[in-house]
Design a protein around this ligand. Structure first.
Ligand code: NDP
Length: 290
């Protein structure tokens, strides 16, 4: 099987590296140097022209939003053979994925929306969870490459359903991050060091992946490494709110977290990591987390 990977960012880079260990893997990135470096480091084959992915049996993409995927799909689709499978790992809008699927289906190309969770750590380790919208028979045809990147692959419904689950999942992670950051800054201001507080919370019912990983690392190092851009998280929370609107569910908490993450993303600007919302909470509290 020959596979192609589009978008070698924080997630796509390591996911494509895991593919390259098991399959002939062509990689394309908007900034070509990133693809060339990927080839040098991971034994993939860098292509500069998107059309060179035309020979692949399966295409994988991981771009910021479905808008960028729609753009590259429009350019690449005429080069792909009927029966090619396009697996999109982007966290996008469910409606966007249905539109891309329809456009690809015109050339007999099968599409799966297949967003991922597990972060950069999971992408590097090949232990991601992949939530898929689409037909099981199509998933079966790309199961070996999916298994090279993930520990858990779940078909959650028809095309668009993967994006729906991903958006709600990330809205929940935003709630967890924001609530835990407020709580730990409050504890720090009350005189309990963040690392001490987190060692208790992580063994207790207030624990989440955000307290176990992001906040524990921040308390230990004070550093904000680039893990997941805040503007991407804000995008996911907005999509989650569109999902709620679609099913006519009036949410208090997820509406509030949409406002908070959107405002924070505007205030901290492009390039800020999601964990940097702690800085805003610290400023409002006039106290430091550590
Ligand atoms: P990055 O910003 O690290 O990477 C984005 C990638 O998209 C880069 O390869 C970039 O190319 C490419 N790109 C951006 N704009 C365009 C464009 N107009 N045309 C073509 N390529 C473009 O993002 P992540 O890897 O963090 O995220 C990618 C997706 O995965 C997002 O939907 C995100 O929500 C999701 N996600 C992220 C997770 C994380 O922890 N980071 C976890 C789970 C999902 P270039 O190098 O040229 O800039």
């Amino acid at each position: 099987m020959e596979v192609g990977y589009i978008g070698l960012g924080a997630m796509g880079g390591p996911m494509a590296a895991n593919l390259a260990r098991a399959f002939r893997t062509k990689v394309w990135n908007r900034t070509t140097e990133t693809a060339l470096e990927h080839a040098r480091q991971h034994g993939s084959e860098a292509v500069t022209d998107l059309a060179e992915l035309g020979s692949c049996d399966a295409i994988f993409s991981c771009l910021p939003t479905d808008a960028e995927v729609a753009e590259v799909a429009t350019r690449l689709a005429p080069e792909l053979a009927p029966g090619t499978v396009w697996v999109d790992h982007t966290s996008g809008r469910p409606q966007g994925s249905r539109e891309i699927a329809e456009r690809l289906a015109a050339g007999s190309i099968d599409y799966l929306d297949a967003p991922v969770s597990g972060g950069v750590k999971g992408a590097v380790a090949g232990t991601l969870t992949i939530m898929i919208g689409g037909d099981q028979s199509v998933v079966d045809r790309v199961r070996p490459p999916l298994d090279a990147m993930a520990d858990k692959v779940v078909v959650v419904g028809p095309i668009g359903a993967g994006m729906t689950v991903k958006a709600i999942n990330n809205a929940l992670s935003a709630v967890n991050l924001w609530a835990a950051a407020e709580g730990v800054v409050a504890l720090s201001k009350a005189g309990v060091p963040a690392s001490t507080a987190l060692s208790v919370i992580n063994a207790s019912s207030g624990s989440s992946k955000m307290t176990q990983n992001q906040l524990t690392n921040l308390a230990a190092t004070g550093a904000y490494p680039p893990l997941f851009a805040l503007d991407l998280l804000a995008k996911d929370v907005r999509i989650a709110n569109e999902v709620l609107d679609d099913v006519d569910l009036d949410s208090k908490l997820l509406t509030t977290i949409r406002q908070l993450t959107t405002d924070a993303s505007e205030e901290l600007g492009p390039g800020a990591d999601h964990v940097e919302i702690v800085k805003l909470i610290e400023a409002a509290a006039q106290a430091k987390l550590r």
